[in-house]
Write a protein that binds this ligand. Structure first.
Ligand SMILES: Nc1ncnc2c1ncn2[C@@H]1O[C@H](COP(=O)(O)OP(=O)(O)O)[C@@H](O)[C@H]1O
Ligand SMILES: [Mg+2]
Length: 286
């Protein structure tokens, strides 16, 4: 009798090796929750949301990291007014820029000599940079890592999902128009295809605060984000109006929530509510 059966059994060690081989190799970073900020298209406010969300979390006392993974169009440095600073290396380790006692930032723009020149990225370089930004940065112990991504469902999103541990899910930012919402639904489906939860949809530029009378005027319409959230049965985190003060804050390099602390404005209230809803969704999952 041949020993076919026992041979098959004995092969279990090589099967194990095979399954470990297929498992993505996670970077060495100590973080409890990694939150991706994603959208179907550009210009909808991902970076604005990422910056304000990171600030909100750090001001709630959470140790927060903000990683700008928009490798072709990094804007976090400019939005935080730190674009002239450079990341320092100590030995093999990269020191993030410390914006506050509990907020650390890393962006490719903080490594480049010329911020107005394009970087030519090939796929494997993006993967290597993502691994470095996670494992070779002295992040310390983080409660949250907010990852600002380029629009769409490309390499950057796939890389971070593959290399980051504890990816909690994604926040999808959209503007209210049908075309933007259509793109947002693609982002929702992409996250679900990755077997990750959508933590919520944020409708940005939802109505505009008139600089003269302070009333909210619908420019792009309203409600598309809520409808998409309902259709895909994911949380809706709220709407943020189009507010000239928000744009000024980003251009001046001061996050809106810092620039206008506790100010009574519909935009401030909206941002605050969105942040609270997101924290509630994340904490309800713990
Ligand atoms: N709610 C808002 N009100 C006014 N301007 C906004 C708002 N959200 C974003 N912006 C502005 O719109 C532009 C695009 O936003 P950004 O966050 O860079 O989008 P993305 O990262 O999705 O490309 C920026 O100039 C930003 O200041
Ligand atoms: Mg951006």
């Amino acid at each position: 009798m041949t020993n076919e059966k026992s041979n098959t059994t004995c092969d279990s060690s090589s099967q194990k090796t095979e399954s470990t081989k297929n498992k993505p190799e996670k970077s060495d970073i100590n973080v409890r929750h990694v939150i991706l900020v994603l959208s179907g298209k550009g210009g909808v406010g991902k970076s604005t949301v990422s910056v304000n969300l990171a600030y909100a979390l750090s001001s709630h006392g959470y140790q927060t990291g903000l990683l700008d993974l928009d490798l072709h169009g990094p804007s976090i440095g400019k939005m935080l007014g730190i674009e002239d600073l450079r990341l320092q290396a100590i030995g093999d380790h990269i020191m993030p820029v410390k914006v506050t006692g509990s907020l650390k930032v890393v962006s490719i723009a903080l490594l480049l000599n010329q911020t107005d020149s394009p970087v030519v990225w090939r796929g494997p370089m993006k993967a290597a940079a993502t691994k470095q930004f996670l494992g070779e940065v002295e992040w310390g112990d983080l409660d949250y890592l907010i990852v600002d991504l380029p629009p769409g469902t490309g390499d950057e999103a796939l890389n971070i999902i593959q290399f980051a541990p504890n990816v909690e899910g994604a926040v999808i930012v959209t503007t209210p128009q049908d075309v933007a919402v259509l793109d947002a639904t693609k982002a929702i489906k992409f996250i679900e295809m990755m077997d990750l939860p959508v933590l919520g949809v944020i409708e940005n530029m939802s109505g505009m605060v008139c600089p003269h009378c302070g009333e909210v005027v619908d420019i792009f319409g309203k409600g598309g984000g809520a409808k998409a959230a309902e259709q895909y049965k994911v949380p809706y985190l709220g709407a943020i109006p189009l507010d000239i003060e928000m744009r000024k804050a980003a251009d001046e390099g001061r996050p809106f929530i810092v620039r206008t602390p506790g100010k009574v404005s519909p935009t401030w209230d909206a941002v605050d509510k969105v942040m609270e809803n997101l924290i509630a969704v994340i904490e309800s999952r713990e």
